[in-house]
Design a protein. Structure first.
Length: 135
C-alpha cells in the first residue's frame, strides 16, 4: 500500500499496513517533543490506525523530562492500543519491556523492525485474557 510520509524537524510520520511508523531524529526540547506527540496523535486520528512503531534508533538520548512525557503519553494510550519501540541497546530494550509490564501497557521494545511489525500485527487475545484475570 502507498505510504505517504510527512517530514518534521523532529522526524517523519508515515502510515504503513496496520500501523503508524514514527521515526524520531531529534527531540532537543520539551516543546519539540510535545509537538511530535501532538502530531502523532493527530495522524492516528486521521488514519484510524491504533498501533504505533516508534523508531528511536537515530535519536540522541532525550532528557529525563522528555522521557517521562513519552511514558505518560504511552500510558495514557488515548489514540493508540499498541506501541512498539525500536531501540539500539539491549539495556534499553530490557528496561523498556520491564517498565511496560510493570505499568501494564501494551508496549514492547525491539531491535528489528520485522519483529516489531510482527508483534504489532498479532491478534491481541492473550493480553485481553490477562487483563480479565488481573483486573
Amino acid at each position: 500500500s502507498e505510504s505517504h510520509e510527512s517530514s518534521f524537524p523532529w522526524g517523519t510520520l508515515s502510515s504503513r499496513d496496520g500501523y503508524l511508523l514514527v521515526r524520531l531524529h531529534s527531540l532537543p526540547s520539551e516543546e519539540v517533543a510535545q509537538d511530535a506527540l501532538r502530531r502523532i496523535d493527530a495522524a492516528l486520528v486521521v488514519s484510524g490506525l491504533r498501533r504505533v512503531m516508534l523508531d528511536s534508533q537515530d535519536l540522541p538520548a532525550p532528557i529525563d523530562a522528555i522521557n517521562r512525557m513519552y511514558w505518560d503519553w504511552a500510558e495514557a494510550g488515548k489514540h493508540h492500543d499498541r506501541l512498539a519501540i525500536l531501540v539500539h541497546s539491549d539495556m534499553k530494550r530490557v528496561q523498556g519491556n520491564m517498565s511496560a509490564v510493570a505499568k501494564r501497557i501494551q508496549l514492547r521494545s525491539f531491535h528489528s523492525q520485522d519483529e516489531a511489525e510482527q508483534w504489532l500485527n498479532t491478534r491481541d487475545r492473550a493480553s485481553s485474557r490477562r487483563r480479565e484475570i488481573t483486573g
